[in-house]
Design a protein around this ligand. Structure first.
Ligand code: UDP
Length: 246
């Protein structure tokens, strides 16, 4: 008998994660961008999952997304503990860089919202140098209250991709509210503009391979330590779920 095909999504504490490989997911996104399909992608980690559990409007909003992918190793481990393993970790940063590369080769356009003014200005230079075929439809820093001007500009320039890097929950809230402004890809990608411009260093590959990227970030930025306090609560919630339903 044929092996049953793996589930398309895996539910982690009520949130459906795409169970796919990075390559397959990238191809799917590129295809949707080519066809001008309106697409909202959430790149989630345990912090986002725990925040959504405590904040119903946010939970509702991220469930409206077309795809939620496992950005953090904690999600992959949670899925394993629940005996519903996910194929692969798919980080927002990796998707971002691959899509910029592809966008440069295929002459797509992208709009960038997020980070501090100095960072977004540096980003313009870095993107123009590294991805010369990609059109920068526009940029805006991530410290805004009223978003009307930004949305108006996105609607006017009709980019193929909109990258929003303001951290959660602001980025997903912004996308959910405004995604009708252009039929393209809308993706929240946390601190990715800081990383691409070299203002924040990503962990060396050896650390990433050992699943210690989170530890590297805390060592580099000890102010992030308090954000880790959510992890034991996450683990506990996973274990509760594991033993109540199996
Ligand atoms: N940020 C922003 N607007 C805000 C708050 C934060 O643009 O109102 C930016 C901040 O400058 C940083 C990113 O959002 O570039 C958040 O980075 P963080 O590493 O916290 O994101 P994570 O991926 O961990 O959620």
């Amino acid at each position: 008998m044929d092996k049953p095909s793996p589930a398309k999504t895996v539910s982690i504490l009520g949130i459906p994660f795409e169970n796919t490989s990075r390559d397959a997911f990238e191809s799917l996104l590129k295809n949707r961008i080519e066809h001008h399909e309106n697409t909202f992608v959430v790149t989630a980690n345990p912090e986002i999952v725990m925040y959504a559990r405590q904040n119903r409007p946010y939970m509702k909003l991220i469930k409206q997304a077309d795809f939620i992918v496992a950005d953090g190793i904690g999600i992959i481990m949670g899925a394993k503990l629940l005996k519903r393993p996910l194929q692969e970790r798919i980080t927002g940063y990796d998707l971002f860089v691959s899509l910029l590369e592809w966008g440069s080769q295929t002459h797509k356009s992208a709009y960038f919202v997020g980070a501090k003014t100095e960072v977004i200005n540096q980003l313009k230079t870095v993107v123009a140098q590294k991805y010369p075929g990609l059109k920068i439809a526009g940029t805006h820093n991530g410290y805004f209250g009223d978003d009307r001007n930004i949305v108006h500009d996105i609607a006017r320039t009709h980019p193929d991709m909109v990258f929003v890097a303001t951290g959660y929950p602001k980025q997903e809230t912004f996308i959910d509210k405004n995604r009708q402004a252009t039929n393209g890809l809308w993706m929240g990608i946390g601190g990715s503009f800081d990383v691409l411009t070299g203002n924040v260093k990503r962990a060396p590959e050896s650390w990433q391979n050992k699943h210690l990227e989170w530890l590297y970030r805390v060592i580099k930025e000890p102010s992030r330590l308090s954000r880790l306090s959510v992890l034991p609560k996450y683990l506990l919630a996973i274990l509760k779920d594991r033993f109540s339903t199996h």
